[in-house]
Design a protein around this ligand. Structure first.
Ligand code: SAM
Length: 234
């Protein structure tokens, strides 16, 4: 059996590259995105009733992943990258059918000249992600407080404190207008330490870079402090 799906929309996200994107939605509430619906699903009729829901499920394609190599196990970064678990026991991107699912907050619905898009928050999605389906989040069915969470029982905790050099603060003040909550976005993203697992917990002389919106954000880590050293147009 084979199935073919066409996207109903494309995500325009503040995360312009994979490095730094949170591992699950809601971890970075300042992450803003727009889901641009594609014709013929961009009409107001397709969204009638959606305004009553605070959150949505997005089913999407991990379009920026290499094809699956048939491997039945993966190494979740959550476990430090050195333990293998079954692909179906993880939410990793490298899977037989590269389909992801994320709950996001619905901030608003914008329709202009009968073409609609959704404003969403808290997504863990790369800019350009194709969305296959949108479904309302149903608290009575989708929230199960007594459920057990396997190796991912608790939410990851922020492990780093984020500081800005004077130069970076000045750049931030100049660049924030037009890129809402840029400071919060940087802080919430970096506090989870996006470095590869083998670098975490170590002093590190490397200057890292991450692309948010159209900006290059550069930082380094000393002990438990991330210092943002530059924020510049890419
Ligand atoms: N919440 C989803 C799920 O559980 O199916 C995704 C979880 S996955 C671990 C999250 C990671 O997917 C992000 O940290 C980012 O690196 C990656 N990612 C997000 N959008 C992607 C895309 N369109 N293509 C490839 N990787 C993507």
């Amino acid at each position: 059996m084979e199935f073919t799906f066409k996207p109903v929309g494309i995500v325009r996200s503040c995360f312009s590259e994979k490095f730094g994107i949170p591992r699950q939605p809601s971890l970075v509430p300042a992450a803003r995105a727009t889901l641009e619906l594609l014709p013929p699903f961009d009409r107001p009729e397709a969204l009638r009733g959606l305004e009553g829901f605070s959150h949505l499920w997005l089913l999407f394609v991990f379009h920026a992943c290499p094809p699956h190599d048939g491997s039945l196990t993966v190494r979740p970064p959550r476990l430090g990258g050195n333990r293998r678990l079954g692909v179906f026991a993880t939410r990793g991107t490298h899977r037989p059918n590269p389909i992801g699912m994320s709950v996001v907050e619905l901030e608003g619905i914008d329709c202009e000249a009968e073409r609609c898009s959704l404003r969403i928050r808290g997504a863990d999605l790369l800019d350009g992600t194709p969305v296959l389906d949108i479904k309302p989040y149903l608290p009575y069915a989708d929230s199960l407080p007594g459920a057990s969470g396997g190796f991912a029982e608790a939410a990851p905790r922020p492990s780093l404190e984020v500081a800005f050099t004077e130069a970076a603060q000045a750049q931030l003040a100049e660049l924030e207008p037009g890129r809402p909550a840029l400071r919060e976005l940087i802080v919430q993203t970096l506090q989870y330490d996006p470095r590869p697992a083998y670098r975490q917990g170590q002093d590190d002389t490397k200057v890292y870079g991450m692309r948010l919106y159209d900006l290059d954000v550069r930082w380094n880590v000393e002990g438990k402090i991330v210092s943002v050293v530059a924020i510049e147009p890419a």
